[in-house]
Write a protein that binds this ligand. Sequence first.
Ligand code: MTE
Length: 325
Amino acid sequence: MDMLIAKKRLPEIKSSEITPKCVYRNRREFIMGGAALALGLNMTSSWAALQSESPFPKPFADAPGSLYSSDEKLTDYESVTTYNNFYEFSTDKHRPAELAKNFMARPWTISVAGECNKPRQWDIDELISKFPSEERIYRHRCVEAWSMVVPWIGFELGKLIKASEPTANAKFIEFETLHDPQRMPGQKPGFLGGTLDWPYREGLRMDEAMHPLTILTVGLYGEYLPGQNGAPLRLTVPWKYGFKGIKSIVSIRFTEQQPQNTWNLQAPSEYGFYANVNPEVDHPRWSQAKERKIGELFKQPTLMFNGYGDHVADLYSGMDLSRHF
Ligand code: MTE
């Protein structure tokens, strides 16, 4: 449980060293077997796991595993896909699953532009075949003090960055979500449309973007990303709060200046640019010292950098993280 990810630095992983892929069914059987012996408490989550076998095809069922994967118990599929933050559909966490169920994520193009020598438009399926995905089981920590463990499917953002040949001026990278109120009802003018300044935007410093833990995510639990989780392409940065994980990306730009990010624009005193998980820096309205893992009863301590400190703490050496939150 405490062993989140391999402790040593893992600069390059040879394919011969890739761990066998985690098989969710086996995990579930293990959980269920345990529950049969165990006390009533565990029964709920194992029953949920039993109920939650997805009916969808699993195009990434054979994606290789990764040494960066956590070995913690997975959050069940049902919770991962029905408890979502996706304001383009609803501010209610349970509604995106219903409202984004039929979201059309094809055809879909992603433009890569800005400070780079090879700008281009990528078709999503071209991107998926050019950069083979692996499974990354990551802790997923929301700024609202809940967390999950999700078997994402994705590839390193750094690979797309290298292929785009950023210029020396590229200091940051900026992402934008689709802006289409016809397909994303939460963007319609009026009460809901007024919730955020669309399109949803996010950004990373170049070294954060190039870090091997940072992935572009195209699936979860072996299948394509469901609409509510950000189909067809989202960002996943496991040492940061979940709001950095921008969904349904249509634009990626290399910039010289630090990009704006939606939640910082919305409430600058509450949400910064960096958004590194940090138990010592509270949100102005609540503590970040503990978190509740979805599906579990008791809170657990929040880990610095969400448990990925051995890999990423160096990126921030010398920075005052209470100021750069
Ligand atoms: N991306 C867009 N475009 N719109 C959003 O509302 N919510 C963010 C992030 N990405 C959001 C978004 C927040 S606050 C979180 S916690 C995660 O998505 C939630 O991801 P999940 O629903 O897959 O758990």
